[in-house]
Design a binder for this molecule. Structure first.
Ligand code: FE2
Length: 366
């Protein structure tokens, strides 16, 4: 099974992973044979990438967060947004209701933390992160999962991981205060719109401070996740040591997940390109030590990724070498554009060969 951009889907392909909407409702069951009509519908529905089963990649992909859990968080999240919208319209905020809601979300987050830390191998293969149609919530959850990886690898204790994780879930809650047209705008924002968007950090922080019992370090993530090491971030222009480590971790994961997600105005970047961006921005935008920890702890080329090697060979990532995410074992299917009998090469022992790029189809299969 592997993930492909939807325009590479063909009539007759078999859907590898069930597609859900954000309330946990099933849209299309895994195993469904795709037709032109279904592919067209999925495009209209807003899916940019899907999983298909194919002859090169036999593995199954396990979900990190089960649809039932996703449905529960989604319902709670919707309720909270409703409360905020009502308060925007002048209604009194039901503080008890908000706190109950936040506590329930916190409980689910703790469940997810235990599950993901037990199931570390699953988490390190980022493809298991689910695709849902509610971007804000999905993004917050993915960002939380990535933050758990960095926090765990950096030796944060369980209490710290929990506080970081819940802060990630609410990091963009301030966006609920902004006009929906700006949040969903497909094109570039005007200067005025951008200034307005920047207010989401403070608005979110104020809301969490006024109406919830969340601890200061968790609330602070909403306030400081757009600060930068060089002091050019917002809202306060804090510099390296002035930024709390939770916010440093959160900002890396925020950007990484945003870059690797499909958005209405741009397609997801492959994981290795997003990682290159993080490495290049380490020191100026991000804390380089946390970026390195992240780099060393995730698999950029997950099993089943189709790749072109620098010597022209084409193959499928067959096994990852832990800690060396750019040097996996690759099962070769083609040489110089011609199909060959499959064999495995281990890039760990071949330092002169690089993965040149990720492909979605082999040249000899076109
Ligand atoms: Fe944000």
């Amino acid at each position: 099974m592997r993930r492909i951009p939807i325009e590479y889907a063909r009539e007759g392909d078999i859907l590898g992973k069930t597609l859900y909407n954000s309330s946990g409702g099933m849209l299309l069951c895994s195993g469904t044979k795709l037709t032109e009509r279904i592919i067209c519908k999925l495009k209209n529905y807003g899916f940019y990438t899907i999983y298909i089963k194919d002859k090169y990649t036999e593995r199954e992909i396990e979900e990190i967060i089960k649809p039932e859990i996703m449905a529960r968080i989604h319902a709670l999240h919707e309720d909270l947004q409703e409360i905020i919208k009502n308060s925007n319209n002048g209604m009194k905020v039901d503080i008890k209701g908000v706190n109950k809601n936040v506590r329930d979300i916190n409980e689910i987050v703790n469940e997810i933390i235990y599950e993901t830390l037990f199931n570390k191998d699953v988490l390190l293969n980022l493809e298991n992160i689910s695709i849902y149609d509610d971007y804000t919530l999905t993004h917050s959850i993915n960002m939380m999962l990535l933050s758990i990886v960095i926090a765990n690898e950096s030796g944060f204790n369980m209490e710290q991981i929990k506080k970081l994780a819940i802060g990630c879930i609410f990091h963009d809650i301030g966006k609920t205060f902004l006009p929906i047209e700006i949040i969903n705008k497909a094109g570039k924002l005007t200067d005025e719109e951008y200034e307005l968007v920047k207010c989401h950090s403070e608005k979110g922080y104020e809301f969490l401070t006024s109406y919830t019992d969340l601890e200061a370090v968790s609330r602070n993530i909403a306030l400081s996740h757009h600060e930068r090491e060089d002091g050019l971030g917002y809202p306060r222009g804090l510099k390296s040591d002035e930024i709390h480590k939770f916010s440093k971790v959160a900002s890396i994961c925020d950007v990484f997940d945003a870059l690797t997600s499909d958005r209405p105005y741009r397609r997801a970047l492959p994981l290795h390109e997003a990682m290159e961006y993080l490495l290049a921005s380490g020191g100026s935008q991000f804390d380089i030590n946390f970026v390195r920890t992240f780099y060393n702890s995730i698999n950029i080329y997950t099993r089943g990724t189709l790749v072109l090697l620098s010597d022209g060979r084409e193959g499928v990532v067959y096994e990852t070498n832990n800690g060396f995410s750019t040097r996996p074992k690759v099962r070769i299917y083609g040489e110089g554009g011609k199909k060959v009998s499959p064999y495995v090469v281990d890039l760990m022992g071949l330092n002169n060969i690089l993965i040149e790029k990720v492909v979605h189809k082999f040249s000899f299969d076109m």
